[in-house]
Design a protein around this ligand. Sequence first.
Ligand SMILES: [Zn+2]
Length: 450
Amino acid sequence: MSPVQRHSPPSDQKYWDEALETQPRAAWDALKLRLLQEHLAHAYQNSPYYRASFDAAGVHPDQVKSLDDIRRFSFIDKQILRERQLAVLPFGDLVAVPERDIVYISASSGSTGVPTASPFTAQDFEDWMDYEARQFWSSGLRPEDRYCHSLNFSLFVGGPCVLGAQKVGALSIHAGTVPSERLLTIISQFQATAIWTTPSYAWYLGETAVKQGIDPKKDLNIKRIFVAGEPGGSIPETRQRIEALWGAEVYDYYGLSDIFGSCAGMCEEKDGLHWAEDHILVEVLDPKTSEPVPEGERGEMVLTTLKKTARPMIRFRTGDIVTFTSAPCNCGRTSIRLKGVHGRLDDMLIIKGVNLFPSDVESIARKDHDFSGEYKLIVERVNHLDVLTVEVERSNTFAGHDEELAARFNGHLKSVTGATATVRILPPDALPRATHKAKRVEDRRTGVWG
Ligand SMILES: [Zn+2]
């Protein structure tokens, strides 16, 4: 069935695919093992890169008897994707189908170096849209909704996710990234009930509306906001403030340019993100030792595709620091849930020996309503030690002393992370507002011993 063709259960049905979504954990594992065996065999038979890689590691797909056997295979990472793409133009030799079978490619934003292309066959694309529709359904999107897709369409893997909403049967508005005034007009004119954007932009857009005399809660009809691309959507304090601004429910989604536009999303319980477990196998590893960490602990997420035939991804190191749970969700779905994306390994700061992510600071700045919620981190090196300055704005309603507010912030920071900082209190609206992806860390360190 075409992704743009409506294919949805009755609106009062809770699940998109009940048998799959509520199956026992053992059934998930059996399904994943079967898919993994088939997928590794496909990669070995059809991708020159994987054939050489498996042979070099002395492993063969036939030897895979349990999910743990994935650990016998070598890792890949972004750098390998780039190198192989340049070595074998145009898409690299991880590709495992003839080019005539490829119908779509996305490319990652590639802020550092060559953008990498992510190819899909027609079947890969169908599988992806079926998953997007399932995820939208779990977040409550229904054929009665008017869905405004406010993500970039230009080679961005988030663009086509709008077809998942269309597959649900929602009226889908392909808005893309337009100026905020224009977007507010579109939302208002069509009385959109749902929108997808980044968390910073959802906030910015809401504040822009207020400045124009529009109350998003009363004057607009948005009931659901899907967010992705930044940790904010899984930070309860950030989510709740966006929800209060819009009078809407916020659902966090997680995507990866080299795999799917979204690989996980919140159900209506909003307690972690249900993972696309029949499409992508997850490992959570200690970034230093590459050994698995116990469930619930922070580690680097390493992913293996289970179905995407155009370019299999076997043990891709994402650089994202995450936690997962396999505990049952109140919604009845049994897939594992991504409980937090704490940041990129690249984003992790080490302040006097303490690991700290910008998302930790964000949760503090947004929990306490004497702060506006905007923040900035400045990292400098003084006498060979990294020191942190946090700039936070006091809220419009705060009437006390800045010194007390700074001390309070530092107390929260110490108890949450173990780190301390110089805290500078700024007046409301002093910090620049983010439009799309927020840049809230200024690194003033120069060289290792600078
Ligand atoms: Zn759930």
